[in-house]
Design a protein around this ligand. Structure first.
Ligand SMILES: Cc1ncc(COP(=O)(O)OP(=O)(O)O)c(N)n1
Ligand SMILES: Cc1ncsc1CCOP(=O)(O)O
Ligand SMILES: [Mg+2]
Length: 522
């Protein structure tokens, strides 16, 4: 297993051969997923959701249908199982023809259907298997009874690369154990891992009493709690299928498992947020729009791609430090991401344009494959040329409203602010977040006034935008920053604490842990 959590026979930087391969006849192949699941006539979940997710993520998806449901936003009216022999016919048909990177399973409603799936997977081995153990619909309809539990436990889970149960499904697979807290989810993930899957993701969306939606990921050694603010919407039908097929799509493109899971969680959060007000159907559980990424928010003409929680551990590179430690920007960025950086900024003050552009392009590729946004400091031209996710500018750089008009509505723009007035202006000009500091004295930026924790708090209180603190922050004082009691302070941005260090990976991991611990205390 590689340090990023690579799967089965995939090396750390495995990329789908089909994604990159060009034959002598210049035939372009694209990553391919096969979904084996049930049809949802309302098209919010099941096969229909899987097809939409893969299309939205740029991956081809074939479909083998196990059951047809009569279903709408009010619930499931009836279910018709396809004969196992016919499920097998479909499986043979596509598995013998296509070169699938990943198979994803959803509704497997009978033992016989699981049997034919297992037989076909043994006849036609695939690179990875994502198992979403669908048992009950969002509306409460049983889609696979308890009779399938033993074949799931004994034969399907052991060959899965990842399983993605919600708390009810995890409980059923574990014989009815109670799962009511995040700590229970961790214990459940561990027990499920003992059944054989390489990775386990227990989804906590149904957990009561939490303003965050928390999923627990376990790789056999380490736990990761993946948190995101709960989106208040009735349009949640199909979130489980969407998450699992997005994981499958990202794996097919060559992501490591943890990155695929993070991208998928963010995809679901963004889709929910974008679709929170749409009205399709008259029932309690509406579908959401998987193609939000192709559209603009009609009100602000902005696309909802920026997640303020990504400011949690903001890694800002520095060419001088990289030179000092004899590492390339690309290696520095990779290590920071592996250590837990949640957003990257390339701040290369002395780089030549041509060289910087090449390095920025390589960093864009790395960041995309890990689902981490990449911003460029000061240089709008470089950001445009490498198609970065956005830019960070200061008070003496290009004005934010002009940056917005050059970059368009979809890019992330951050702006440095030391005062409440600047924070107000940043919001008016269309920035997405504020970088505020220097909080503490620093040698990294010369002639930079220190505003202290009080100055930071003043900016946070005045700001309608999320804020990231910067300046002299490291493992020893990050906690004091996060404790200032400002809900819109989302994280810390650091340069020397990560990059003026012997091992970027170790420092990033330590700082990430410090931030996580301090968040728990708040
Ligand atoms: C996240 C973040 N916050 C603040 C800054 C500082 O930007 P600026 O004031 O433009 O100074 P330079 O970085 O350009 O020297 C930042 N880069 N990132
Ligand atoms: C770019 C910048 N803007 C305000 S302080 C600062 C430097 C932060 O560097 P460090 O994290 O090494 O103190
Ligand atoms: Mg600047």
């Amino acid at each position: 297993m590689n340090s990023l959590g690579g799967i089965r026979s995939w090396p750390a930087n495995w990329r789908s051969t089909t994604a990159l391969m060009t034959t002598t006849e210049s035939v372009r192949k694209i990553p391919q997923v096969l979904t084996v699941a049930g049809s949802d006539s309302g098209a919010g979940a099941g096969i229909q959701a899987d097809l939409k997710v893969c299309a939205a993520r740029g991956v081809y998806c074939a479909s083998v249908i196990t059951a047809v449901t009569a279903q709408n936003t009010r619930g499931v009216q009836s279910v018709h199982l396809l004969p196992p022999e016919f499920v097998s016919e479909q499986l043979k048909s596509v598995l013998s023809d296509f070169d699938f990177d990943v198979v994803k399973t959803g509704m497997l409603p009978s033992t016989e259907i699981v049997e034919v799936l297992l037989q076909n997977l043994s006849d036609f081995p695939v690179r990875a298997l994502v198992v979403d153990p669908v048992m009950v619909s969002t509306s409460g309809h049983v889609l696979a009874g308890s009779s399938i539990l033993s074949i799931f436990r004994e034969r399907l889970l052991p060959i899965a690369d990842i399983i993605t149960p919600n708390v009810k499904e995890a409980s059923a697979l574990l014989g009815g154990v109670r799962i009511e807290t995040v700590s229970d989810m961790r214990s459940a993930a561990k027990l499920l891992h003992e059944m054989g899957p390489r990775f386990v993701l227990v989804k906590g969306g149904d957990l009561p009493d939490s303003s965050d939606s928390v999923d627990v990921y376990f790789d056999g050694k380490e736990f990761h709690e993946l948190r995101s603010p709960r989106v208040a919407t009735r349009n949640t039908h199909g979130t489980g299928c969407t998450l699992a097929s997005c994981i499958a799509a990202e794996l097919a493109k060559g992501s490591s498992m943890l990155s695929a899971v993070k991208v998928a969680k963010r995809f679901v959060d963004n889709a929910l947020d974008y679709s929170k007000d749409i009205a399709i159907g008259s029932g309690m559980q509406g579908p959401f729009d998987h193609f939000f990424g192709l559209k603009k928010d009609p009100q602000s003409s902005r696309c909802s791609i920026f997640n303020p929680d990504d400011l949690f551990l903001y890694a800002v590179t520095d060419s001088r430090m990289n030179r000092k430690w004899n590492r390339s920007i690309v290696d520095a960025v990779k290590a920071a991401i592996e250590g837990g950086a949640t957003i990257i900024q390339l701040r290369e003050k002395e780089a030549e344009t041509r060289e910087f552009l090449e390095e920025a392009k390589a960093c864009v590729d790395i960041c995309r494959s890990h689902g981490v946004s990449l911003l460029i400091n000061d240089r709008i031209d470089i950001a445009l040329a490498c198609n970065a996710d956005g830019v960070h500018v200061g008070q003496s750089d290009m004005p934010v409203d002009l940056v917005r008009s050059l970059l368009g509505p979809d890019k992330i723009i951050g702006v440095s602010c030391k005062t409440p007035e600047q924070a107000h202006q940043a919001w008016k000009d269309g920035a997405d977040y504020i970088g505020s500091g220097g909080v503490f004295p620093t040698n990294t930026k010369a002639n930079n006034r220190t505003i202290g924790l009080d100055g930071l708090k003043e900016v946070c209180e005045a700001s309608k935008l999320p804020v990231v603190a910067i300046g002299g922050i490291g493992i020893s004082n990050a906690d004091s920053v996060m404790q200032i009691d400002a809900p819109n302070l989302k994280g810390v941005a650091v340069v020397s604490a990560l990059f003026d260090q012997d091992c970027v990976l170790t420092q990033a991991k330590k700082l990430h842990k410090t931030l996580k611990d301090s968040k728990r205390e708040i």
